[in-house]
Design a protein around this ligand. Structure first.
Ligand SMILES: Cc1cc2nc3c(=O)[nH]c(=O)nc-3n(C[C@H](O)[C@H](O)[C@H](O)COP(=O)(O)OP(=O)(O)OC[C@H]3O[C@@H](n4cnc5c(N)ncnc54)[C@H](O)[C@@H]3O)c2cc1C
Length: 431
């Protein structure tokens, strides 16, 4: 028997974990499967806005990689580059390159500011666990300041969310719930002082949903006092005013939450792979053309849906489905077998819009209001990859029914990872 095949999976998101687990489970001792990621946990993003609103405790929506990746080995490291000609992956720091025979790239995406440096410098984002904690802290800070500075109260308590997709709408709904509940601790803050505004550049919000459901969400949110403006593209943010394209006067606010776009990570942009809008172009089997044995899956892969002629959307559902197909195709390459074409049919989608309401399309049926919210909670709870975490989230929700919001602020500096690693690398160069 020859040496086991060296299989490297990059990224511990929905796609990477599923891929590593399936390959290791299928090939057993015939392969050495290594999962490399900068985070040693899987983040359950659909519940991220509820961490920002303090509804769910921070650690309860993450699962440690080492308990989720089955028979694969794990290495925590930030990936610096991929050289598919030498079949190596280089890491930041002093470690030497990782060699592979087969590679799966599942590095996801990061926030895209469309080149607006002031937005990047001043806005909050909603992509990582620390983003959610930072936003919760910010909301509490603004309430504290508003209590002490009545003159600035209007702009302190105006929260603008850029982007009317899943993340933006769910974040706006959760923010309003949190601010209204928490404001009971601040005697001089009144209901009408609190404003949440959603700015969406397109003509409608929630484009992934059927128009009737998206309209329901809009009416429901506006009824609760969330201002939703479509056709309003953010042009800049200096920390006190959100500027809108084509408008002279912007929205006075100290907090902009930017959820308006994602782009693949720099590691991919710098690679030799052909990309389309930054995502790695893959063939129908999810293989990367020109590099046999390399697959790309999830948010970082540009895979065209033959039914629509457009790329599959960057969702967890698609990422998990692609990971399953890529794992089977990789196993077939190792063992010698036929490649399988990726095909995907959405089983439905859901969003929560605040105050126990939601919208859902399940098995072709459209549901809105309280029952959609119940379905959202049941489905996403069942999809959490750990029973222990499911119980913890259920307890958080239960406690939320009977007790008020926790308004203790956790001090956490914002991380500047890329800069940090570049610095480490320069230091390494001196040794
Ligand atoms: C707030 C929010 C709500 C969402 N809600 C939904 C929803 O309700 N339903 C739905 O289907 N989708 C939802 N999504 C989208 C969903 O989260 C993504 O589509 C999904 O996470 C993509 O999975 P992935 O494995 O491709 O990438 P990711 O989950 O982003 O994982 C990428 C992994 O790569 C790692 N990584 C990246 N760069 C490096 C590097 N240089 N070195 C080392 N490691 C690296 C990251 O740390 C991460 O572990 C939501 C997203 C957000 C932000």
């Amino acid at each position: 028997m020859g040496d086991p095949a060296r299989i490297v999976v990059l990224g511990s998101g929905f796609a990477g974990i599923r891929c590593a687990r399936d390959i290791a489970g299928e090939l057993g001792g015939a392969a050495d499967v290594l999962l490399v990621s900068e985070d040693n946990f899987v983040l359950f993003t659909p519940m991220l806005p509820q961490v920002a609103s303090g509804m769910i405790e921070t650690r309860h929506i993450v699962v440690p990689v080492r308990s989720a990746c089955g028979g694969a080995r794990f290495r925590e490291a930030r990936i610096r580059g991929i050289d598919p000609r030498k079949k190596t992956v280089s890491l930041w720091g002093r470690a030497g390159p990782v060699r592979y025979d087969y590679l799966v790239v599942a590095l996801g995406s990061e926030t895209d500011f469309f080149g607006m440096a002031d937005v990047e410098a001043n806005a909050y984002t909603m992509k990582t666990l620390s983003d959610a904690v930072a936003l919760r802290n910010r909301a509490i800070d603004m309430l504290e300041e508003a209590e002490n500075d009545p003159g600035a109260r209007a702009e302190l308590l105006c929260f603008v969310v850029a982007g009317g997709g899943f993340a933006g709408v769910e974040t706006a709904g959760e923010m309003l719930d949190f601010l209204l509940d928490a404001s009971s601790h601040y005697p001089s803050v009144r209901r009408e002082d609190i404003r949440v505004v959603v700015l969406e550049a397109a003509a409608s919000i929630l484009p992934a949903f059927e128009p009737g459901l998206a309209e329901f969400a809009r009416r429901q949110m506006e009824g609760r006092g969330i201002k939703i403006r479509t056709g309003a593209a953010v042009a800049g943010f200096d920390g006190s005013e959100v500027r809108i394209t084509g408008e002279e006067r912007g929205v006075r606010s100290r907090t902009l939450v930017w959820t308006a776009g994602v782009t693949p990570v720099n590691t991919i942009k710098r690679s030799l792979f052909a990309t389309e809008r930054g995502r790695i172009v893959v063939d129908g089997n999810l293989g990367v053309p020109g590099f046999p044995g390399v697959f790309a899956v999830g948010d970082c892969a540009a895979c065209t849906d033959p039914a629509t002629g457009r790329p599959h959307p960057p969702t967890a559902q698609v990422a998990i489905a692609q990971a399953g197909t890529a794992a089977r195709n990789l196993v077939a390459l190792v063992r010698g077998g036929a490649q399988e074409e990726f095909s995907y049919r959405s089983r439905g989608q859901m969003a929560v819009i605040g105050k126990r309401a939601g919208i859902a399309t399940v098995l072709g049926a459209n549901i809105s209001g309280f029952w959609a919210w119940v379905i959202w909670r049941s489905v996403y709870l069942s999809k959490m990859p750990s029973l222990e975490r499911r119980i913890r989230v259920m307890l958080d929700w239960g406690i939320g029914l009977f007790f008020g919001r926790d308004i203790a602020r956790l001090r956490m500096p914002r991380r500047q990872v890329e800069k940090e690693y570049r610095m480490l690398d320069e230091i390494d160069g001196l040794w």
